[in-house]
Design a protein around this ligand. Structure first.
Ligand SMILES: Cc1cc2nc3c(=O)[nH]c(=O)nc-3n(C[C@H](O)[C@H](O)[C@H](O)COP(=O)(O)OP(=O)(O)OC[C@H]3O[C@@H](n4cnc5c(N)ncnc54)[C@H](O)[C@@H]3O)c2cc1C
Length: 581
């Protein structure tokens, strides 16, 4: 397959209609959709390797071996978090074709309706739940034969036939269903169609797994490979973009091409129509700032010539946070399978005996998810809401542009018992080598609509330098309080000496993990409300630079983010096509 990728001579010094920076989730969707028209030429520059037919990518739990491996994982450190143990956090991101769709946990989850309607409500017409569903269905090819217990996903009719095979994982851990039944007996409903925009309750998620091969389906298999024979598509890997080359025309900045490094030398490729940034929520703002588009207060001291003074670049950063301190050793005799156990040959043959139709490599997938509104897990929901209302009223004048409107929308959702504020994930994996042969299950209480806002900015003109990533965890204390109450629903103490609220707060601060869902760093919002891109995803002040990736989401969505990225890229492809029709 690699012979179908572009060689450097076919890209360097050449001109293409569209140059896409980043061959990740969004970048490959766009590349495939734009080249459906044979008259349109596209070059994709991807910093990582192709990873075609790679078991670390294709095997359902292969992601475990990608973590912190620099060939697959960018492994960005944040700055130490003063409210979370004063430690840096590691933000893994997929490096190579497929981007993070090649290393994620394969969950395919659709947002709560209000999460997507927020885009329109905050000033971006045409971005709402109905459009989202329309575009999301373009990606999906469902195989919903396998069901477990009473859980099912209601048929999507007509069954979409997009490029991504999606199915129930053949091997769940076995812990999900009992956990859901116990929640049900405590009044939490089992959701049978969590993809309808109503996510509150407990459910079994589908995954991007091709049931014919039991392997990962992702942006490479679904979008790139079927398009790779097109003569108008040129994909260059190991091409590290350092900046967008621009000039000024009247009041507007015009991108003429992109500078990149390949095999130690600097090259340039020209864009006849547009440069599209799809480098993900961490690298896209970095590349814009390196190109002189950002806050002049950050660019000027570094000696970066300012092309567009756009202070919103790299701000409004939001990230899901989970408490990873609730792990349980499973007792024998309950048929609980974790990924560690599945590597045991004796266990594997027992499983295959019981399930002779299991295909492909055996591995456990995540599937047990629960989404809860504040009122269902917090006795002090009204108190938290009142405190937040008072805080917003008191502090609004000091907020950066647009934050008041975001908070008002978030507050409306917080009051609405149809909208989730927390998630609990059943996690059948252990990263601890000391427990490799024992079945451990962790429950991960997760904050899904953070109030804290962080930043991602360059601190150097070196394109290889890691930007300063500061999510400012728990800058708004309500985030910690919501997580505290979310933990209480599990009715287990996180440790032997962790009983009082203050002890649990400290335990949370010391045992946090990112969920790798960063949004907002180039938010789609009106310019005077903190936006970096407009509803056509164009960077303000530029004629022909768009951003198409997770960074454009202005308020964090509650669920896992990949389905949203695919849908945003599908919609963006139509917006771009319409602009040149
Ligand atoms: C560990 C992990 C687990 C996750 N689990 C799930 C899950 O189970 N379900 C779910 O829905 N979501 C999950 N997600 C989130 C989801 O995968 C991402 O939100 C989504 O894939 C992001 O898509 P993107 O296009 O914004 O960025 P990416 O897919 O990350 O693409 C960015 C691309 O740009 C390239 N790039 C960056 N800088 C440069 C440069 N300078 N030059 C050239 N190329 C560059 C990168 O290498 C990458 O290929 C997970 C993410 C991670 C990291």
């Amino acid at each position: 397959m690699e012979h179908k990728l572009a060689k450097i001579d076919a890209v360097s010094g050449k001109t293409f209609d569209f140059v896409i920076i980043g061959g990740g989730t969004a970048g490959l969707v766009l590349a495939a959709r734009l080249t459906e028209d044979p008259k349109v030429s596209v070059a994709v520059l991807e910093a990582g390797k192709p990873h075609f037919d790679d078991p670390l990518v294709l095997t359902v739990d292969g992601w475990m071996r990608q973590f912190m491996n620099p060939e697959y994982d960018w492994g960005f450190p944040t700055v130490p978090q003063v409210n979370a143990g004063n430690k840096p956090f590691l933000w893994s991101r997929g490096k190579g074709l497929g981007g993070s769709s090649a290393m994620n946990f394969l969950l395919w989850t659709k947002p709560q309706r209000e999460d997507i309607d927020a885009f329109e409500a905050l000033g971006s017409p045409g971005w709402n739940w109905e459009r989202f569903q329309e575009y999301s269905k373009k990606s999906e090819k469902f195989y919903l034969r396998v069901q477990e217990g009473s859980l099912k996903v209601a048929d999507h009719s007509p069954i979409p036939t997009g490029p991504l095979p999606i199915s129930f994982a053949r091997t769940s851990s076995g812990a999900e269903y009992p956990f859901q039944k116990s929640l049900e007996s405590n009044g939490i409903k089992i959701v049978t169609d969590p993809m309808s925009g109503e996510t509150v309750g407990t459910w079994k998620s589908v995954s991007v797994i091709d049931p014919e091969t039991n392997t990962r389906s992702y942006a490479t298999t679904g979008y790139l490979l079927p398009a790779l024979d097109r003569p108008n598509l040129h994909v260059l890997t190991e091409a590290y973009v350092s900046k967008i080359i621009t000039s000024k025309n009247g009041g507007e900045v015009v991108a003429s091409g992109v500078e990149f490094e390949y095999a130690g030398a600097t090259h340039r490729v020209d864009a006849g129509k547009e440069v599209i940034l799809s480098a993900g929520a961490i690298k896209s703002p970095q590349i814009l700032e390196l190109s002189g588009i950002g806050d002049k207060a950050i660019l000027e001291p570094l000696g970066v010539p300012v092309q567009v003074d756009l202070p919103s670049v790299g701000t409004n950063v939001q990230e899901h946070l989970t408490h990873n301190g609730l792990a349980f050793l499973m007792q024998d005799g309950h048929n609980i399978a974790t990924s560690d156990l599945l590597r045991d040959a004796a266990f594997q043959s027992k499983l295959l005996e019981a399930n002779p139709d299991l295909k492909g490599p055996l591995s456990v997938a995540l599937s047990g998810l629960t989404f809860l509104p504040l009122q269902s897990f917090s006795d002090r929901a009204s108190e938290i809401i009142d405190q937040l209302s008072a805080k917003i009223e008191k502090e609004a004048d000091s907020y950066p542009p647009g934050l008041k409107e975001q908070y008002e929308y978030q507050l409306k959702c917080l009051k609405d018992e149809k909208v989730p504020e927390a998630e609990i994930i059943v996690f059948p994996f252990s990263f601890d080598p000391n427990v490799a042969d024992k079945p451990f299950i962790a429950l991960l209480p997760t904050l899904v609509h953070p109030w804290s806002r962080g930043t991602i900015h360059i601190s150097s003109t070196d394109p290889k330098a890691i930007p300063i990533i500061d999510p400012r965890y728990f800058d708004v204390e309500t985030d910690l309080e919501i997580l505290l109450d979310d933990i209480s629903i599990t009715e287990v103490a996180p440790g032997p000496n962790v009983a009082t609220d203050d002890q649990i707060r400290e335990h949370i601060r010391q045992n946090l993990t990112t969920v790798w869902h960063t949004v907002g760093s180039l938010s789609m919002l009106p310019k005077d409300k903190g936006g970096a891109v407009d509803p056509k995803l164009k960077v303000y002040g530029t004629k022909n630079i768009r951003v198409v990736d997770l960074s454009v989401i202005p308020i964090e969505i509650a669920v896992h983010t990949q389905a949203a990225v695919y849908a945003i890229a599908e919609q963006a492809a139509d917006v771009i096509k319409a602009d040149y029709a």
